[in-house]
Design a protein around this ligand. Structure first.
Ligand code: SF4
Length: 954
């Protein structure tokens, strides 16, 4: 244990007066290293603390702590601390008093401070038991968390890890993942943040923040109170320019010859250092060009590396330029919002640098991606009644951003994630049901409308498939339009989702919570409960609250009861039902009472809303609150009619199913209805609306034919008047040299014994991981397999000292992929979402293991209905649909392996059926490199070794 004077390593200039005003002229920055993330199970192994005085480090405290159990190799890899280092370290009990003495009464500071305080609290409890005397409760202690401040005042940052903040605030970290060094970095980040804070805060913002946090138990209350006083005279700065600005620039190039633009010595090669001519790119660009001009629908399979974005954007610009009336627009739709952003920022940026130009490009997203300033304003005004203490903290990052943003697109900021804060975001995002329309005083700052206006004026608009499918007619009507569908293998799924109507107990619970949340004392009804003497309103409120309460009770009971019954009746978490069958009757029986209650609730709520609107004088409810009430009432009504339709009416040519599971609030279920064949819908209403379209993806063909894609999307050449054309391009990689594909046919077949196959796959994967210390991606087809493989690999990675990342256990997908990339020899095990969309170049990914052919699950309701429909039409659903779809998915998965001309890798496909089944030939013919059959494990390992040594026999 060391405590002493610290040599300042950097001199951070700081206005001492400003620090004093914020009561932060002295603080102790603290950090812990632990054996894991759960304080009830894991232990502290190191404590570091640095005291800052007037913005500079003054002295420090550091000690290792001996845990009861040996360290996980991952912790040793992360921190560099070994079991030997801890062998003679003191236990926590010996450290507790000196630590408390060191901290004294100073303000505590830290990165994710609650995590560290939680561990200290728990260590104190282990010593003293749960009691108020635990000094590590730090009762009434003032504290500031660097993450939280960054989220509020620098919400636009994309990452908030200590490393990311140190980078953003130009603090050089001394050494990451050691307690004293991290404490030093966090303290320095805080000082640097405070130095810059006067440019990020203004008086009104400070007041709003203070009002939100006041009355809560947050340790940082003092900071916001002080900030309010310190920022008293700071005026609001001018709003920053939009991060997603439209691109206006001069397009001066007078050449419509695509070779001159994209070819050797062309403008792109001349002006962009990294750009090289790619024959396949030029071929695709020419096909796009002729499709646009000849009113065709082009299906283009373009493998990774072709450069398909530029191949369709450049001819799109040519087509736009050829119009003198200014009526032309190209709509580019992608599956993910990530690609939408990348096209606007990266690809349009490159075109601008290469060609100059004068055209307008814009991104348009779905309405609920945009903030509604009016709703945010009302929510903040009614925070006392509508927000819990946790909500008030969580919503803070929206305050500064809402005043500075020019687009209101929530993806601009990393400080608030609408996926994790879905309830809060649903209260403030743009929503047609909660929109005041022309009566809205915030209409000038209506971000969604502005985005629509920008999109209407743009010549290239980037949308995503989900938005395109629900807003197709509006997006594609008027003027001359062309459509490009990138990631086109996802179109069928997007169409299915758009055509699906669903109703879920979670959504019902969310709507009820907007009205009243008894647990957190919040909700709209609290706003009006004591506002009026009107007897009528008073009695309606009582009725609504009582019906609200019983509906909520029924929902909880229903969730639990139904999930129990469904689990007993079905083995999966999705069950299809037909009108009148056992499953339908079970669901109807359970939902009938709730439906009666819900309809009654809806009626009374509607009555209440009418009565509230009639209140006058002092009782009058503000128009903003009335909009929110009407929105809840409309939602309740819509849910009621959807619920009765789904359980009372037979669906024609549709499939209906129930999904169920257990969440944090207990059991939940949802009911979905969707058309069996979206191809039929697209054939009638989608393609006939389009003069020309381009569909492109790396995976559109099976056995070099587009047949399955065309059938799924309703692209029948006769019905389309012979305007469909196809092109399948070769990628720039030499896959026969760069990769090997092995199929170990010595493994048992899954169709004979699933459990035996799974066991053998896990063991072989473990042996490959043990033998080859190379970045490995394992793609599973089910969560059970993912779990099994993770369990099999855990002891192996400990033994060989490698990192195991599992989609099952930790982190968001981008975080996992980033860690995988950084580690260079880690093993990443994942299911569904890892099969596509991840891009890992270089040594971090050299071995790809596929556990089995990714067939659709036969119990999937939509899939089974689709197969039934094919069978009814006299077709073979297995060979005509199931196998081709699996081949496409397998091709997608294998496509993760080679992403660059320098990449080398091995794909091991652990499903012998690729060679032993009748349909194996179709699968083999769709793979990017010729697969080889491995009859013995020794052969597989010999071939793998030979490939790495450059002596492979293939
Ligand atoms: S017009 Fe509607 S969406 Fe726009 S700010 Fe007003 S209420 Fe919100």
């Amino acid at each position: 244990m060391k405590a002493g004077s610290s040599r300042p390593r950097t001199k951070v200039p700081q206005d001492a007066n400003w620090l004093q005003q914020l009561d932060l002229s002295r603080f102790v920055s603290i950090d812990l290293e632990t054996t894991g993330l759960d304080p009830s199970v894991h232990e502290i192994i190191e404590i570091g603390a640095v005291r800052f005085v007037d913005g500079l480090p003054a002295d420090e405290f550091q000690t290792l702590i001996r845990p009861r159990y040996p360290l996980d190799p991952f912790i040793t890899e992360l921190t560099g601390i070994t079991d030997a280092d801890l062998e003679h370290a003191p236990p926590f009990d010996e450290v507790a008093a000196p630590l408390l003495e060191y901290i004294g009464k100073d303000v505590l500071v830290g990165q994710n401070l609650e995590f560290d305080l939680g561990f200290l609290r728990s260590a104190g409890e282990k010593k003293l038991g749960k009691c108020r005397d635990n000094p590590f409760l730090f009762v009434n202690r003032r504290a500031v968390d660097t993450v939280w401040l960054a989220r509020i005042f620098w919400a636009e940052l994309s990452g908030f890890s200590l490393k990311a903040l140190a980078e953003a605030f130009e603090v050089t970290p001394v050494r990451a993942h050691r307690a004293k060094e991290d404490a030093y970095t966090a303290g320095s980040v805080l000082v640097e943040m405070l130095r810059r804070l006067p440019t990020r805060v203004w008086s009104e913002l400070a007041e709003h923040l203070d009002r939100l946090i006041e009355g809560t138990n947050q340790r940082s209350r003092f900071f916001f109170r002080r900030l309010c006083e310190a920022a008293e005279n700071i005026p609001k700065p001018r709003a920053t320019p939009a991060l997603h600005q439209q691109n206006d620039f001069e397009y001066e190039t007078d050449s419509s010859d695509l070779r001159i633009l994209l070819g050797k010595d062309g403008l792109f090669e001349e002006r962009l250092a990294f750009f090289r001519e790619r024959p396949a790119q030029i071929a695709l660009a020419k096909s796009v060009d002729s499709s646009f001009n000849e009113h065709r629908i082009l299906l283009a399979e373009a493998p990774t590396g072709v450069g398909k974005s530029l191949a369709y954007l450049v001819p799109s610009l040519n087509w736009i330029r050829a119009d003198t009336e200014g009526e032309r627009q190209v709509v580019v739709s992608s599956h993910t919002k990530v690609l939408q952003e990348q096209l606007l920022r990266k690809d349009i940026g490159e075109i601008r640098r290469a060609l100059g130009g004068n055209f307008r490009a814009a991104v348009l997203k779905g309405r609920n991606n945009y903030l509604c300033k009016r709703r945010l304003h009302i929510l903040l005004r009614d925070a006392d009644t509508r927000l819990s203490e946790a909500d008030r903290m969580q919503i803070m990052p929206l305050l500064r951003w809402s005043d500075m943003t020019a687009t209101g697109d929530i993806s601009e900021i990393g400080g608030f994630n609408p996926r994790f804060q879905s309830f809060l975001w649903s209260l403030v995002c743009s929503d047609s049901l909660a929109c005041a329309g022309s009566a809205c005083s915030a209409a000038k700052g209506d971000f969604y409308r502005s985005a629509q206006d920008r999109a209407a004026k743009a010549q290239i608009v980037f949308v995503n498939h989900a938005l395109l499918m629900v807003d197709f007619l509006r997006l594609m009507s008027g003027g001359q339009k062309r459509l490009i569908l990138d990631e086109a293998h996802q179109i069928e799924r997007a169409m299915v989702n758009a055509a699906t109507t669903d109703i879920s107990t979670l959504v019902m619970r969310g709507v009820l919570t907007r009205l009243v949340d008894e647990k957190a004392d919040r909700g709209l009804l609290y706003n009006v409960s004591d506002r009026t003497d009107s007897e009528m309103v008073g009695s309606l409120i009582v009725k609504v609250r009582s019906l609200h309460f019983s509906s909520r009770q029924s929902l909880s009971g229903l969730g639990e009861h139904l999930v129990g019954r469904l689990r007993a009746a079905e083995r999966t978490s999705r069950a299809r039902f037909r009108f009148g069958d056992g499953m339908h009757l079970l669901i109807r029986d359970h939902l009938a009472d709730l439906l009666i209650e819900w309809l009654e609730f809806s009626e009374r709520l509607n009555e209440l809303v009418r009565e509230l609107a009639n209140l006058r004088g002092e009782d009058r409810i503000s128009p903003e609150t009335m909009v929110e009430f009407r929105s809840v009432s409309d939602n309740v009504l819509a849910i009621g009619s959807r619920l009765s339709r789904v359980i009372e009416e037979e669906a024609d040519n549709e499939v209906t199913w129930v999904e169920y599971g257990k969440g944090t609030h207990g059991g939940w279920c949802s009911i979905h209805t969707t058309p069996v064949s979206v191809g039929q819908i697209m054939k009638k209403v989608f393609w006939p609306q389009l003069e020309s379209a381009v569909l492109t993806s790396a995976t559109l063909t099976v056995n070099n034919r587009f047949a399955v894609t065309r059938e799924c999307l309703g692209l029948d050449d006769e019905d389309s008047g012979g305007r469909i054309c196809e092109i399948s391009l070769d990628g720039p990689f030499n896959l026969q040299t760069q990769m090997r594909t092995f199929v170990p046919t010595f493994l048992p077949e899954p169709r004979q014994d699933e459990a035996l196959h799974a066991e053998a796959v896990s063991s072989l994967t473990a042996r490959i991981v043990e033998e080859f210390s190379r970045g490995t991606l394992v793609l599973c087809t089910s969560n059970e397999m993912l779990e099994r493989i993770t369990a099999a690999l855990t002891p192996v990675v400990r033994k060989v000292g490698r990192r195991l990342l599992s989609q099952w256990s930790s982190g968001s997908l981008p975080e996992l992929v980033a860690q995988f990339r950084r580690s260079q020899n880690a093993i990443l095990v994942g299911a569904a979402s890892l099969w596509e969309g991840i891009d890992v170049v270089g040594d971090a990914l050299q071995i790809l293991i596929v556990t089995r052919i990714p067939f659709d699950v036969p119990s999937d309701p939509w899939f089974s209905a689709r197969c039934e429909a094919l069978q009814a039409a006299g077709r073979d659903p297995f060979m005509d649909y199931t196998v081709p779809m699996a081949a496409l998915r397998l091709k997608q998965g294998i496509g993760r392996l080679i992403r660059h001309t320098d990449d080398r890798g091995i794909a091991v496909l652990m499903d012998p059926r690729i060679f032993t089944s009748g349909y194996g030939g179709l699968i083999r013919s769709s793979l990017p490199s010729t697969p080889r059959r491995m009859r013995k494990e020794t052969d597989l390992f010999t071939e793998m070794n030979s490939f790495w040594e450059g002596q492979s026999t293939c």
